[in-house]
Design a protein around this ligand. Structure first.
Ligand code: DGL
Length: 265
Protein backbone atom coordinates (compact mmCIF):
# COMPACT_ATOMS: atom_id res chain seq x y z
CA UNK A 1 0.00 0.00 0.00
CA UNK A 2 1.30 3.42 -0.99
CA UNK A 3 -0.09 6.31 1.07
CA UNK A 4 0.12 9.82 -0.32
CA UNK A 5 0.45 12.59 2.25
CA UNK A 6 -0.11 16.19 1.25
CA UNK A 7 0.61 19.44 3.03
CA UNK A 8 1.25 23.06 2.13
CA UNK A 9 4.83 22.58 3.36
CA UNK A 10 6.79 20.99 6.19
CA UNK A 11 4.11 21.01 8.89
CA UNK A 12 2.38 17.90 7.52
CA UNK A 13 5.48 15.95 8.49
CA UNK A 14 3.97 15.91 12.01
CA UNK A 15 1.15 13.84 10.48
CA UNK A 16 3.58 11.63 8.52
CA UNK A 17 5.50 11.06 11.76
CA UNK A 18 2.34 9.70 13.39
CA UNK A 19 1.42 7.67 10.29
CA UNK A 20 4.84 5.99 10.28
CA UNK A 21 4.17 4.85 13.83
CA UNK A 22 0.52 3.84 13.28
CA UNK A 23 0.96 2.24 9.83
CA UNK A 24 4.60 1.14 9.58
CA UNK A 25 3.85 -1.44 6.89
CA UNK A 26 2.91 1.06 4.17
CA UNK A 27 5.14 3.10 1.86
CA UNK A 28 4.70 6.85 1.67
CA UNK A 29 4.85 9.69 -0.82
CA UNK A 30 4.88 13.17 0.72
CA UNK A 31 4.26 16.40 -1.19
CA UNK A 32 5.03 19.71 0.54
CA UNK A 33 3.86 22.60 -1.61
CA UNK A 34 6.54 24.85 -0.12
CA UNK A 35 6.62 27.26 -3.08
CA UNK A 36 3.02 28.30 -2.44
CA UNK A 37 2.94 28.18 1.38
CA UNK A 38 1.37 29.49 3.55
CA UNK A 39 -2.12 28.31 2.61
CA UNK A 40 -3.56 29.64 5.88
CA UNK A 41 -3.85 33.21 4.67
CA UNK A 42 -5.22 32.42 1.17
CA UNK A 43 -8.72 32.24 -0.28
CA UNK A 44 -10.74 29.03 -0.59
CA UNK A 45 -10.53 29.02 -4.40
CA UNK A 46 -6.74 29.36 -4.41
CA UNK A 47 -6.27 26.71 -1.72
CA UNK A 48 -8.48 24.27 -3.67
CA UNK A 49 -6.57 24.89 -6.90
CA UNK A 50 -3.20 24.31 -5.23
CA UNK A 51 -4.37 21.28 -3.27
CA UNK A 52 -5.92 19.59 -6.32
CA UNK A 53 -2.70 19.83 -8.35
CA UNK A 54 -0.74 18.37 -5.42
CA UNK A 55 -3.04 15.39 -4.84
CA UNK A 56 -3.21 14.64 -8.56
CA UNK A 57 0.59 14.46 -8.55
CA UNK A 58 0.48 11.99 -5.65
CA UNK A 59 -2.03 9.71 -7.39
CA UNK A 60 -0.12 9.89 -10.70
CA UNK A 61 2.93 8.70 -8.76
CA UNK A 62 1.17 5.68 -7.31
CA UNK A 63 -0.63 6.82 -4.14
CA UNK A 64 -3.54 4.46 -3.43
CA UNK A 65 -4.85 6.32 -0.40
CA UNK A 66 -4.50 9.99 0.50
CA UNK A 67 -4.09 11.77 3.80
CA UNK A 68 -4.56 15.52 3.65
CA UNK A 69 -2.28 16.55 6.49
CA UNK A 70 -2.90 20.27 6.01
CA UNK A 71 -5.73 21.53 8.22
CA UNK A 72 -6.34 24.49 5.92
CA UNK A 73 -6.69 22.32 2.79
CA UNK A 74 -8.82 19.81 4.72
CA UNK A 75 -11.08 22.63 5.92
CA UNK A 76 -11.50 24.39 2.60
CA UNK A 77 -10.87 22.00 -0.27
CA UNK A 78 -12.02 18.51 0.71
CA UNK A 79 -14.86 18.38 -1.84
CA UNK A 80 -12.65 19.49 -4.71
CA UNK A 81 -9.87 17.09 -3.65
CA UNK A 82 -12.25 14.11 -3.45
CA UNK A 83 -13.75 14.99 -6.85
CA UNK A 84 -10.29 15.20 -8.45
CA UNK A 85 -8.90 11.76 -7.53
CA UNK A 86 -10.15 8.15 -7.78
CA UNK A 87 -8.82 7.04 -4.35
CA UNK A 88 -10.08 7.37 -0.76
CA UNK A 89 -9.11 10.60 0.95
CA UNK A 90 -8.88 11.30 4.68
CA UNK A 91 -8.55 14.85 5.99
CA UNK A 92 -7.60 15.94 9.49
CA UNK A 93 -10.79 17.76 10.51
CA UNK A 94 -13.11 14.81 11.06
CA UNK A 95 -10.64 12.71 13.09
CA UNK A 96 -9.72 15.74 15.23
CA UNK A 97 -13.36 16.64 15.86
CA UNK A 98 -14.27 13.03 16.71
CA UNK A 99 -11.39 12.75 19.17
CA UNK A 100 -12.42 16.02 20.85
CA UNK A 101 -16.05 14.89 21.07
CA UNK A 102 -14.98 11.64 22.74
CA UNK A 103 -12.88 13.44 25.37
CA UNK A 104 -14.96 16.48 26.38
CA UNK A 105 -17.18 16.19 29.44
CA UNK A 106 -18.43 19.79 29.30
CA UNK A 107 -19.48 19.44 25.61
CA UNK A 108 -17.48 22.60 24.98
CA UNK A 109 -14.33 22.62 22.93
CA UNK A 110 -11.85 25.28 21.80
CA UNK A 111 -10.08 25.09 18.44
CA UNK A 112 -6.99 26.96 17.25
CA UNK A 113 -5.87 27.10 13.61
CA UNK A 114 -4.90 29.32 10.70
CA UNK A 115 -7.07 32.27 9.68
CA UNK A 116 -8.49 30.33 6.71
CA UNK A 117 -9.30 27.21 8.78
CA UNK A 118 -11.06 29.27 11.42
CA UNK A 119 -12.95 31.39 8.86
CA UNK A 120 -14.27 28.19 7.24
CA UNK A 121 -15.69 26.99 10.61
CA UNK A 122 -14.94 23.45 9.42
CA UNK A 123 -14.13 22.22 12.95
CA UNK A 124 -17.12 24.03 14.46
CA UNK A 125 -19.50 22.48 11.89
CA UNK A 126 -18.06 18.98 12.38
CA UNK A 127 -18.29 19.32 16.18
CA UNK A 128 -21.81 20.68 15.97
CA UNK A 129 -22.88 17.48 14.15
CA UNK A 130 -21.59 15.60 17.20
CA UNK A 131 -23.52 17.81 19.64
CA UNK A 132 -20.48 19.78 20.77
CA UNK A 133 -20.21 23.56 21.00
CA UNK A 134 -16.93 24.98 19.69
CA UNK A 135 -15.24 28.37 19.84
CA UNK A 136 -12.44 28.86 17.32
CA UNK A 137 -9.49 31.21 17.31
CA UNK A 138 -7.10 32.07 14.49
CA UNK A 139 -3.47 32.15 15.68
CA UNK A 140 -1.61 33.32 12.55
CA UNK A 141 1.64 34.20 14.35
CA UNK A 142 2.25 30.65 15.59
CA UNK A 143 3.17 29.13 12.19
CA UNK A 144 6.07 31.54 11.48
CA UNK A 145 7.29 31.23 15.08
CA UNK A 146 7.42 27.43 14.80
CA UNK A 147 9.16 27.68 11.42
CA UNK A 148 11.72 29.97 13.05
CA UNK A 149 12.41 27.10 15.45
CA UNK A 150 11.06 29.11 18.40
CA UNK A 151 9.00 26.26 19.81
CA UNK A 152 10.19 26.91 23.34
CA UNK A 153 10.87 30.64 23.25
CA UNK A 154 9.53 33.36 25.60
CA UNK A 155 8.15 35.31 22.63
CA UNK A 156 6.13 32.30 21.46
CA UNK A 157 4.92 31.72 25.00
CA UNK A 158 3.79 35.33 25.25
CA UNK A 159 2.00 35.15 21.89
CA UNK A 160 0.31 31.87 22.82
CA UNK A 161 -0.81 33.37 26.15
CA UNK A 162 -2.44 36.32 24.39
CA UNK A 163 -4.31 34.10 21.90
CA UNK A 164 -5.41 31.61 24.55
CA UNK A 165 -6.53 34.34 26.97
CA UNK A 166 -8.66 35.88 24.24
CA UNK A 167 -10.08 32.45 23.45
CA UNK A 168 -10.86 31.77 27.13
CA UNK A 169 -12.65 35.14 27.39
CA UNK A 170 -14.76 34.32 24.36
CA UNK A 171 -15.68 30.95 25.87
CA UNK A 172 -16.59 32.30 29.29
CA UNK A 173 -18.33 35.32 27.70
CA UNK A 174 -20.74 32.88 26.07
CA UNK A 175 -21.17 31.04 29.40
CA UNK A 176 -19.14 27.97 28.40
CA UNK A 177 -16.16 26.17 29.86
CA UNK A 178 -14.09 24.28 27.34
CA UNK A 179 -12.16 21.29 28.62
CA UNK A 180 -10.50 20.38 25.29
CA UNK A 181 -8.27 22.38 22.96
CA UNK A 182 -7.99 21.06 19.40
CA UNK A 183 -4.63 21.78 17.75
CA UNK A 184 -6.07 22.51 14.31
CA UNK A 185 -2.83 23.19 12.43
CA UNK A 186 0.08 21.01 11.37
CA UNK A 187 2.60 23.15 13.25
CA UNK A 188 1.00 23.13 16.67
CA UNK A 189 2.04 19.62 17.83
CA UNK A 190 5.56 21.07 18.15
CA UNK A 191 4.16 23.57 20.66
CA UNK A 192 2.59 20.97 22.93
CA UNK A 193 5.06 21.36 25.86
CA UNK A 194 4.75 25.17 25.71
CA UNK A 195 0.93 25.03 25.44
CA UNK A 196 0.70 22.68 28.41
CA UNK A 197 2.56 25.28 30.47
CA UNK A 198 0.23 28.06 29.39
CA UNK A 199 -3.09 26.21 29.64
CA UNK A 200 -4.98 25.27 32.82
CA UNK A 201 -3.95 21.82 34.05
CA UNK A 202 -7.37 20.27 33.40
CA UNK A 203 -7.44 21.21 29.68
CA UNK A 204 -7.00 18.23 27.33
CA UNK A 205 -5.09 18.67 24.09
CA UNK A 206 -6.29 16.98 20.90
CA UNK A 207 -3.57 16.60 18.31
CA UNK A 208 -5.25 16.21 14.89
CA UNK A 209 -2.08 14.57 13.56
CA UNK A 210 -2.40 11.72 16.05
CA UNK A 211 -6.18 11.37 15.62
CA UNK A 212 -5.79 11.25 11.83
CA UNK A 213 -3.05 8.61 11.91
CA UNK A 214 -5.18 6.55 14.28
CA UNK A 215 -8.22 6.77 11.97
CA UNK A 216 -6.14 6.01 8.85
CA UNK A 217 -4.79 2.90 10.59
CA UNK A 218 -8.37 1.78 11.29
CA UNK A 219 -9.34 2.26 7.61
CA UNK A 220 -6.26 0.45 6.37
CA UNK A 221 -5.93 -2.22 9.02
CA UNK A 222 -4.27 -4.84 6.79
CA UNK A 223 -2.19 -2.52 4.62
CA UNK A 224 1.40 -3.38 3.75
CA UNK A 225 3.71 -6.34 3.85
CA UNK A 226 5.36 -7.40 7.11
CA UNK A 227 9.05 -7.36 8.10
CA UNK A 228 10.20 -4.30 6.19
CA UNK A 229 10.62 -0.66 7.03
CA UNK A 230 8.54 1.96 5.20
CA UNK A 231 9.95 3.65 2.13
CA UNK A 232 9.27 7.40 2.14
CA UNK A 233 9.72 9.64 -0.90
CA UNK A 234 9.66 13.39 -0.35
CA UNK A 235 8.68 15.97 -2.96
CA UNK A 236 8.80 19.75 -2.50
CA UNK A 237 7.92 22.61 -4.81
CA UNK A 238 10.67 24.89 -3.45
CA UNK A 239 14.21 24.59 -2.02
CA UNK A 240 14.98 20.96 -1.21
CA UNK A 241 17.75 22.05 1.17
CA UNK A 242 15.32 24.09 3.24
CA UNK A 243 12.88 21.17 3.21
CA UNK A 244 15.57 18.83 4.52
CA UNK A 245 16.70 21.25 7.23
CA UNK A 246 13.31 22.41 8.51
CA UNK A 247 11.49 19.18 7.77
CA UNK A 248 13.64 16.95 9.95
CA UNK A 249 12.52 18.94 13.02
CA UNK A 250 8.87 18.27 12.16
CA UNK A 251 9.45 14.61 11.27
CA UNK A 252 11.72 13.94 14.23
CA UNK A 253 14.33 12.18 12.08
CA UNK A 254 16.74 13.19 9.32
CA UNK A 255 15.43 13.63 5.78
CA UNK A 256 18.01 12.63 3.17
CA UNK A 257 16.47 12.76 -0.22
CA UNK A 258 13.95 15.35 -1.46
CA UNK A 259 12.93 15.80 -5.10
CA UNK A 260 12.10 19.25 -6.44
CA UNK A 261 8.88 19.26 -8.47
CA UNK A 262 6.84 21.82 -10.38
CA UNK A 263 3.08 21.56 -10.11
CA UNK A 264 0.67 22.94 -12.70
CA UNK A 265 -1.20 26.11 -11.68
N1 DGL B 1 -0.36 23.35 6.97
C1 DGL B 1 -1.16 24.47 7.39
C2 DGL B 1 -2.31 24.00 8.27
O1 DGL B 1 -2.25 22.95 8.87
C3 DGL B 1 -0.32 25.51 8.12
C4 DGL B 1 0.69 26.23 7.23
C5 DGL B 1 0.04 27.06 6.14
O2 DGL B 1 -0.65 28.05 6.44
O3 DGL B 1 0.23 26.70 4.97
O4 DGL B 1 -3.30 24.67 8.37
Amino acid sequence: MKIGVFDSGFGGLTVLRELLTSIPLADYLYVGDTARLPYGSKSAATIARYAVSSVQFLVEHGAEYLVIACNTASALAMNQIRAAVPVDVLGVIEPGALAAARITSSKNVSVIGTAATVASHAYQKELQKLGIHAVEKACPLLVPLVEEGWTDHPVTEQVARIYLDELAHEQTGSGNHADVLVLGCTHYPLLKPLLRRVLPGNMHLVDSAQSTAHDAAKHLSSAGSPARSPKVQFFATDSVDKFRQLGSGFLGRPIDDVRLITLPE
